[in-house]
Design a protein around this ligand. Structure first.
Ligand SMILES: O=c1ccn([C@@H]2O[C@H](COP(=O)(O)O)[C@@H](O)[C@H]2O)c(=O)[nH]1
Length: 279
């Protein structure tokens, strides 16, 4: 089964377009978990256990594990998600390099960590993308228009062909780079106008959308802009740290449930398709 088929099944089963970010930081965890020998693993798996009927995907960001010298925990966490849920895992690694090195990154993401999808940096061109997309059952989300405030420094640059750089990335990623139909794009919830332009270019291609919650993106505006194709709305901190007491997983569940329902209600009001269409 392909990554997008897995997302479509999870979307339908859980009636959800919510991608739950798993970005554990030891110092931010509830006190009682911080003392735990397996703090990162126990924190993340408690959130997974509490939300596995609410998510259409999980997205661990590799930096949060690497920075705590816990790449083995990331591996165990992805194994745990595969063993206890049918929800696909997007490894947010934002990799990309010359082709021979990207091939190693692809092995890292798909064979070492066993992720179902990865985020990739388009800056090196097809050399930084093709080694990922050659795994045709895996998904590749190419960074297109990111949610951070300095993103325009490069992504909005006007090219000789009259397009912005992020529009050019959207064009390439939806055509030449998408031979196996396994490419999606990362577009920030903080930039609804640009998301609308991207949707125009890429048709129904799935968009991974971070920037809701802690980064302040408007759900209503981004759904209006990005609807008309698959959307995976990501939130990490607002769910991970919804509570700081022993009931933190229940609080995370509450935050995830609220966001999931808000996404569905907003999409219903806009009356537009937001399903990943690779069924
Ligand atoms: O444009 C981008 C691309 C990736 N991210 C990542 O998504 C999450 C967002 O976390 P929140 O806590 O919900 O703000 C995080 O892992 C980022 O590295 C992004 O924010 N924007």
């Amino acid at each position: 089964m392909t990554f997008f088929e897995k997302v479509a099944i999870a979307e339908e089963k859980n009636n959800s377009h919510l991608c739950i970010g798993l970005d554990p930081r030891h110092s931010q965890m509830p006190q009682h978990i911080q003392q735990d020998e397996n703090a990162l693993f126990d924190f993340c798996t408690a959130i997974v256990d509490a939300t596995k009927d609410l998510a259409s995907s999980y997205k661990p960001q590799i930096a949060y594990f690497a920075a705590e010298d816990a790449c083995d925990v990331l591996k165990s966490l992805i194994t745990y998600i595969h063993e206890t849920t049918e929800i696909p895992v997007i490894l947010d690694a934002k990799r990309g390099d010359i082709e021979s090195t990207t091939e190693r990154y692809a092995v890292e993401a798909f064979e070492v960590y066993k992720a179902d999808a990865v985020t990739a940096n388009p800056y090196l061109g097809i050399d930084g993308i093709a080694p990922f997309t050659s795994y045709s059952d895996k998904g590749v989300f190419v960074l297109c228009k990111t949610s951070n405030s300095s993103a325009p420094q490069l992504q909005d640059c006007l090219l000789q062909n009259g397009h912005r750089l992020y529009e050019h990335v959207a064009e390439l990623a939806s055509t030449k780079w998408n031979k196996s139909g396994n490419v999606g794009l990362v577009v920030g919830a903080t930039v609804p106008e640009e998301a609308s332009a991207v949707r125009e270019i890429v048709g129904q291609m799935p968009l991974l959308i971070p920037g809701i919650g802690a980064q302040g993106g408007s759900l209503s505006r981004i759904i209006a802009a990005a609807a008309g194709g698959g959307i995976l709305i990501n939130s990490a901190r607002a769910i991970n740290y919804a509570g700081s007491e022993p009931d933190f997983a229940d609080r995370a569940r509450g935050a995830a449930m609220t966001l999931k329902n808000e996404i569905n209600e907003t999409a219903r009001q806009k009356n537009k398709d937001v399903f990943v269409s690779y069924r």
